[in-house]
Write a protein that binds this ligand. Structure first.
Ligand SMILES: [Zn+2]
Length: 371
């Protein structure tokens, strides 16, 4: 059994629940809550409140917004609980630890939830799931959404590269990137589908985030992700709605890689969780402090070739889900590559991920004078 990285959703949940006794030793006012999924009652979103005596700062750690990314997410949660929480002052610092925002995706090793919705495109602030956003989507529909069964990995690979080159030559890399990743609200079997209604995980998170800002003066939120960015360096991803620059944030946290979620530094997202949180603060809690970010652990790398390989892994996995494969051997190969994109097996990668996570936790908590 790996000490940090769980082997299944159930393993992760059991470990999360059992680690809470550590929190209870320090925070006397704790409350464990659970939300079983309506249609999958064996799967649940679980969270722990550990309240400060004086509600000054709340630290929120959340995992598995993108289901499969919750395995690395749990490892970082464990590090936070075991190595950093004991150094916080329960007098003025509270915790909200959320395990498995998308438990179905975590259980079945998918990024999306049971309704094929990417939760990080579902936090649409005004509830208007506008089908007209991402007008360029139709330019990449054929590239990312093939309608055929996977008959051979090799042939499918050649066809994929043909579609990539065609899309890049006709639309350009910037447009292809934006169209593929921004999100959309009309095609459930095309990925980065943001849905047409709020999902269960989204509603749970929204209520928790509102309560957090309502009760605490200052909220720091860290949401765990994998898959994008350089392989050997975790990126702290922050909202363009935060007034700090990425360079200023990098200095403040003494952490080498900070990127804003925009086309220049990362890529554009519509309906992402951090943006929702800033909009909620600005509209309803303008006098409260908020820093909401993601830890994004890169896997394949950030070169153009690596990004296209990531796209291929996502396209093939989505194609396998909707159209199937000719045999189990092909299906296994597709699943294995997808797994590598979000939960790499390499020991060296995992050790560096934990080290980067430690460094970033340390930098953020120090910058806010919490440790
Ligand atoms: Zn993610």
């Amino acid at each position: 059994m790996d000490v940090y990285f769980p082997s299944s959703y159930e393993d992760s949940r059991t470990r999360f629940l059992s680690s809470l006794s550590l929190i209870q030793q320090k925070w006397h006012s704790t409350q464990l809550q659970t939300h079983p999924l309506k249609n999958f009652p064996d799967l649940s979103i679980d969270w722990l409140w550990a309240h400060a005596s004086k509600k000054e700062t709340l630290v929120i750690i959340s995992t598995a917004e993108h289901g499969i990314e919750g395995y690395v997410g749990y490892a970082l949660m464990k590090i936070f609980i075991e190595e950093f929480a004991p150094r916080l002052d329960p007098e003025n610092t509270g915790l909200l630890l959320i395990h498995g925002l998308n438990p179905w995706g975590m259980k079945y090793h998918r990024k999306v939830n049971e309704n094929s919705v990417d939760l990080n495109r579902n936090f649409v602030f005004d509830g208007n799931f506008d089908p007209a956003i991402n007008s360029e989507f139709h330019q990449v529909r054929d590239l990312i959404n093939p309608q055929t069964r996977i008959r051979s990995f090799g042939i499918e690979n050649i066809k994929f590269w043909g579609r990539v080159l065609k899309a890049i030559f006709t639309s350009g890399i910037a447009t292809v990137t934006k169209a593929a990743l921004l999100g959309q609200h009309h095609t459930p079997n095309g990925f980065y589908y943001g849905g047409t209604t709020y999902q269960e995980g989204t509603v749970v998170a929204m209520k928790l985030y509102r309560r957090a800002l309502d009760e605490y003066q200052s909220v720091i939120q860290i949401d765990m992700h994998t898959g994008y960015g350089p392989r050997d360096q975790m990126s702290i991803i922050m909202s363009p709605l935060d007034t700090m620059t990425s360079e200023g944030t990098s200095n403040k946290f003494n952490y080498p890689l900070v990127l804003k979620i925009n086309a220049e530094e990362f890529y554009e997202i519509s309906g992402d969780m951090a943006a929702y949180y800033y909009e909620l603060r600005d509209k309803s809690f303008p006098d409260k402090q908020l820093f909401a970010c993601g830890f994004e652990f890169g896997t394949f790398g950030s070169s153009l070739l690596a990004r296209i390989r990531s796209l291929r892994a996502m396209v093939f996995e989505n194609q396998l889900h909707w159209r199937g494969a000719k045999n189990e051997g092909i299906a296994h190969r597709v699943r294995r590559e997808f797994e590598e994109l979000y939960f790499p097996a390499e020991k060296k990668w995992r050790e560096k991920a934990l080290a980067d996570g430690r460094q970033a936790f340390d930098g953020i908590l120090r910058a806010y004078h919490l440790i």
